[in-house]
Write a protein that binds this ligand. Structure first.
Ligand code: 6PG
Length: 243
């Protein structure tokens, strides 16, 4: 592991996932000690699934842990593309967490009803000084186009600054998504970005390269809290070797 960088590079995916789990557990225990609860927004996509599987084995105070989602696809909860379903199968079905502590983006026929309901669900989360939900942790994957949650390049959701959650139509996926917005991502105490594999090498090189232009949605993050990137060697293969 190399440490001077705003990112950590791990030998392989498995080492990356184990390090992310260790950090997740540390943050959960710290938050429960400090605030008697841990509110975490989970990432969808494929990269974090192994982290959720590994969390099954951890002894955590699940009664004080609340699970939310950073974004969701416009599909039913039992659909193979559902981020909720992925986490349910990888983690929730294997741990003693009260159902009342699981706060999915509950997809409904009308997507604005989905958004409105989730906005109310987010009322459970502590407020930051700016009045936005202040998660103890938000986990994010990064798309090879630099998107995070469902904040895709050139999408209308990028410029939303007056509400915590929106619906967005993603042209290239020909589908709707519901996503947390930048004000919520930037208010979190801790952002954990999980990025693995050679498909992500170009975007990682651009994000940490010298290029001034901040064109990727991930580069538009302005976190008030701490941000850490968990990279494997493939994703980091074009980054300068740290001394
Ligand atoms: C989603 C995610 C999305 C994901 C990236 C990376 O619903 O798809 O929230 O933002 O994190 O697309 O996905 P992979 O981890 O599968 O590369």
């Amino acid at each position: 592991m190399k440490s001077q960088q705003p990112y950590q590079v791990y030998f392989d995916r498995e080492q990356l996932f184990h390090a992310a789990v260790q950090r997740w557990v540390e943050l959960a225990n710290e938050s429960i000690r400090a605030r008697n609860s841990f509110h975490v927004a989970l990432a969808g996509g494929s990269t974090p699934k192994r982290v959720y599987q590994l969390l099954q084995r951890e002894s955590l105070d699940w009664d004080r842990i609340h699970l939310y989602w950073g974004d969701e696809r416009d599909v039913p909860a039992d659909h193979p593309d559902s981020n909720y379903r992925m986490v349910r199968e990888a983690l929730i079905d294997h741990i003693p967490i009260p159902e009342a502590n699981v706060h999915p983006i509950h997809v409904q026929p009308d997507i604005e009803t989905t958004v409105e309901e989730y906005r109310q669900v987010l009322e459970n989360v502590h407020r930051g000084a700016n009045g936005y939900p202040c998660f103890d942790l938000i986990m994010l994957g990064v798309g090879d186009d630099g998107h995070i949650a469902s904040l895709f390049p050139e999408s209308s959701a990028l410029s939303v600054t007056d509400t915590p959650v929106v619906s967005v139509y993603v042209e290239k996926l020909n589908s709707w998504r519901v996503t947390l917005t930048y004000p919520v991502l930037n208010t979190a105490r801790y952002l954990m970005l999980l990025v693995s594999g050679e498909a992500k090498t170009p975007v990682v090189a651009r994000v940490f390269g010298s290029e001034a232009e901040r064109k990727y949605p991930v580069q538009k993050l302005a976190p008030q809290g701490r941000i850490e990137w968990y990279l494997d060697r493939s994703a980091a293969s074009e980054l300068p070797e740290s001394t």
